[in-house]
Write a protein that binds this ligand. Structure first.
Ligand code: CAA
Length: 421
C-alpha cells in the first residue's frame, strides 16, 4: 500500500476534548418513560456528553488541538494548514478555525478554514490535508484537522438519545506515528437526500431518522465500491472496521452492510449460520473499538475518529502495518471510505491516546440539571457575561459571553498562566 516515490502520509497525533458533564442513558430513559434497554441495547449507548453554556465548539476544538500538539510534541510553528470540520460553528461567517488559530498562537503563515457537511466535515478536511501534503505544496509543514461538534436534537425528540459533544484533533503529516493513509485507497460518494439537516434559524437538527439510516448504508456501499473498485479480498486482511458512529448500534448495522458487500448477498440475522458468521466478524473487527463512542455519544464529524482513538489506545507492537477500514458519513449526504495502515510506532503512543481518565472524572447530571443546562445554552449566545465556575468549569478554555457582538474566551486556572502551546 505504500508508494515508493512518496513518503507515507497520515495521522501523526490524535487527542480528544470532551465537556465536563454527562447524562447516563438509563437516567434519561427513566425520565422519558422509555425502557432503558432501548437506549443501552437498542441504540448501544451508556452516556452522552453534555456541553454547558461556557463550552462551545471553539473551546472543545482548541482544547483537543492543544492536547494533540503538546502530547505528541508537535511544534505549533510547523502547522501550515488548520481546518475545523463542524456543523455547529459559532458564527455564520467567521470560522471556528480562526479562533483556534489565535488561541493556540499558530503562525500567520497558515491557511485556516472551516468545513461543513453534517458529520462529514472533518473527513473532507482530512483528505484535503492529505492531498495538500502529497502535492508537495506543504513543503514539510503539517496540517491540524479538528473534528468538533455539539450534537443537539432538542428535548423529547427521537434524536434526543443520540446527542453528545466533543472534539478530536489530528495532526496530519509525513511519516505519521499513528496511521498511514494512501490516496489510492480513498473512495468518495455524494447524493442529495433530506435525511438530516439544520435550517439557519434552528439550534436543533431535524432528521428523518429511519431514512437517515438507509441513506448511511447506501452511502457505505457506494463509497466502499469507489474505494476498493472490486478489490474485496482486502477485507480478509483487516484488523478493524471503523465506522461513523452516531450511536453504537449504527456500527452494527454498518458492519452487516459491509459483509453483504463483501459476500455479494443479503445477511439474514434470523438464520443461525448468518448470525454466527456476523457475530464473529463484528466481535473481532468492530465491537472492541466502540467503548469511547458509548461513553461520549454522538460527536457528529468526530465520531469516526473517536473509534480510531479507541483502536489506537489499544494498539500493540504486532499490529504494525495491519490495515483498517474507515467509513465517514455526513447526512445530506457525503461519504468517504478509506484504508489506513497502523504505523509501526503506534503502540508506543497508545497511552498518550487514552482519554479514559478524563472521561471518568466527568460530572454526572440529573435530568433536571441536564434540562436546565440545555435552556441555559439557548440563552448563552446573547449573554454578556458568563461565569464558568457556575458550570463546574475551572480549568482550560471557556466561552465567557458576547460583548459588542463579539464572542469572548478566557483561559482558566493553571491554563491562564500558559495560554498558548
Ligand atoms: N429493548 C431493547 N431494544 C429496544 C427496545 C427495548 N425495550 N425498544 C426498542 N429497541 C431497539 C429497536 O428494535 C431498535 O433497534 P434496531 O434498529 O436494531 O431494530 C432500536 O432500539 C431503536 O428503536 P427505534 O428504531 O424504535 O427508535 P426510534 O424510532 O426512537 O429512533 C433513531 C431511533 C432513528 C436512531 C433516532 O434516535 C434518530 O432519529 N436519531 C437521529 C438520526 C441518526 O442518528 N441517524 C443515523 C444515521 S445519519 C448519521 O449518521 C448522521 C448523523 O450523525 C446524524
Amino acid at each position: 500500500m505504500t508508494d515508493s516515490h512518496h513518503p507515507p502520509v497520515g495521522i501523526d497525533a490524535l487527542a480528544l476534548a470532551c465537556p465536563k458533564a454527562f447524562i447516563a442513558m438509563d437516567t434519561l430513559a427513566e425520565a422519558r418513560g422509555v425502557p432503558s434497554a432501548k437506549y443501552t441495547q437498542g441504540l448501544g449507548q451508556e452516556k452522552m456528553a453534555i456541553a454547558s453554556p461556557v463550552e462551545d465548539t471553539v473551546t472543545l476544538a482548541t482544547a483537543a488541538a492543544r492536547r494533540a500538539l503538546e502530547t505528541f510534541d508537535v511544534d505549533p510553528q510547523s502547522i501550515g494548514t488548520l481546518i475545523v470540520g463542524t456543523e455547529t460553528g459559532v458564527d455564520h461567517s467567521k470560522p471556528v478555525a480562526v479562533y483556534v488559530h489565535e488561541l493556540l498562537g499558530l503562525p500567520e503563515r497558515c491557511r485556516t478554514f472551516e468545513t461543513k457537511h453534517a458529520c462529514y466535515g472533518a473527513s473532507a478536511g482530512l483528505t484535503t490535508s492529505l492531498d495538500w501534503i502529497a502535492s508537495g505544496r506543504a513543503r514539510g509543514q503539517k496540517a491540524l484537522v479538528i473534528a468538533a461538534d455539539i450534537a443537539s436534537y432538542g428535548l423529547n425528540t427521537p434524536g434526543e438519545p443520540t446527542q453528545g459533544a466533543g472534539a478530536v484533533a489530528m495532526v496530519i503529516g509525513e511519516h505519521p506515528r499513528l496511521l498511514r493513509i494512501h490516496p489510492n485507497t480513498i473512495g468518495d460518494y455524494t447524493r442529495q437526500v433530506m435525511d438530516f439537516w439544520r435550517p439557519l434559524y434552528s439550534k436543533y437538527a431535524l432528521a428523518d431518522g429511519h431514512y437517515s439510516i438507509e441513506c448511511y448504508l447506501e452511502a457505505l456501499a457506494g463509497a466502499r465500491a469507489a474505494a476498493l473498485d472490486g478489490g474485496d479480498e482486502v477485507f480478509d486482511e483487516l484488523l478493524a472496521c471503523l465506522y461513523h458512529v452516531p450511536f453504537v448500534k449504527m456500527a452494527h448495522k454498518a458492519h452487516r452492510k459491509e459483509l453483504e458487500c463483501v459476500h455479494h448477498r443479503p445477511f439474514d440475522l434470523d438464520t443461525a449460520d448468518d448470525q454466527a458468521r456476523f457475530d464473529a466478524s463484528y466481535q473481532r473487527l468492530v465491537a472492541p473499538w466502540l467503548s469511547l463512542n458509548a461513553q461520549v455519544g454522538n460527536i457528529y464529524t468526530g465520531s469516526l475518529y473517536l473509534a480510531l482513538m479507541d483502536l489506537i489506545r489499544q494498539s500493540q507492537a504486532s499490529w504494525a502495518d495491519r490495515r483498517v477500514s474507515l467509513f465517514s458519513y455526513g447526512s445530506g449526504c457525503g461519504a468517504t471510505y478509506m484504508l489506513g495502515q497502523i504505523a509501526p510506532s503506534a503502540h508506543q503512543w497508545a497511552g498518550h491516546c487514552d482519554p479514559q481518565a478524563d472521561l471518568d472524572q466527568r460530572r454526572r447530571l440529573s435530568v433536571g440539571e441536564y434540562e436546565a443546562m440545555i435552556a441555559a445554552v439557548e440563552r448563552a449566545e446573547r449573554a454578556e457575561k458568563l461565569d464558568p465556575s457556575d458550570w463546574g468549569v475551572l480549568e482550560g478554555l471557556a466561552y465567557v459571553g458576547t460583548q459588542d457582538h463579539q464572542r469572548q474566551y478566557r483561559w482558566l486556572g493553571r491554563d491562564a498562566l500558559t495560554p498558548a502551546v
